[in-house]
Design a protein around this ligand. Sequence first.
Ligand SMILES: [Zn+2]
Length: 313
Amino acid sequence: MNRRQFLLSSAFAFGVGKASYASGYGEMSSAAWLGRQAPAPPAAPPVTRFEDLRRGVGMFIGQGGTIGYLVNGDGAVAVDSQFMNTAEICSAGLKQRAPKGIAMLLNTHHHGDHTGGNKAYGVAKIVAHENCLKSHRATTEKTADQQAYATATFKDVWTEKFGDETIEARYFGPGHTGGDAVIHFQQANVMHMGDLLFNRAHPNIDRAQGARIDNWITILDTVSKRANHDTIIIAGHAKDNAVRNGRAELAHFRNYLTTVLEHARAGAKAGRSKDEVTSLPVLKGFEDNVSPNARLTLAFVLGIAYDEATNAK
Ligand SMILES: [Zn+2]
């Protein structure tokens, strides 16, 4: 094998395609392609952005559930934390905006893409619903040293003044998990729904940690009544990151969950199997909903609905 043949076969063996090989860097850089001498280029930093909404309240979009924040004369408050890599970016950005620093963190629920970065804020006060803390502990036993758990929990409602804003966290019963809180910045008229709102996307439903679709539908109705036409409603996840929502998106998602549960209940009542019920190719009226990842499909959602309708374990 001559040198040229060696380079070609090595390049292809390492998955370097024609485009790289023809890119004009010559033989000097072939070692880099082979990964033997030159260090690998650093991974591109994650794409993130801050979006101010109203009266110091805004949202941070990165990887995982949308982070909410409040910045005013008393400092900053964060709602959720995604994972460590983007939480560090969010934390640094909030400290820049708030010279007094980050005073506290609220968690909407326990999932890793909302709590995995809790430690990055370095706060002494973390507020969550009591079931959120229970689920957080139960699901992170093996990684407890990497977690920052809630330091203050509540049962029904938690309220605190922060500068010229009033923050309320309220529990409406089981929904996406058994411990979801809705965070309401009252003067700004902004609500953070956590994962109680997926906009145009098939949701995760954590039945193992107490989720209930039937009560979730009730929660969406209740929150809609508590909001008004001007309320900005932040979704945890959305198709194309469209997480700045209002009552129209709450209603759309409520109708989606209602249609899902009705299909599952009708199937169960007619004696259809779970496979039959979950094989529905599209949900009429909700054809444009996307799967946030490979697991969260219409079949997954229908499967959970079937389990709920049949009281399966
Ligand atoms: Zn979640």
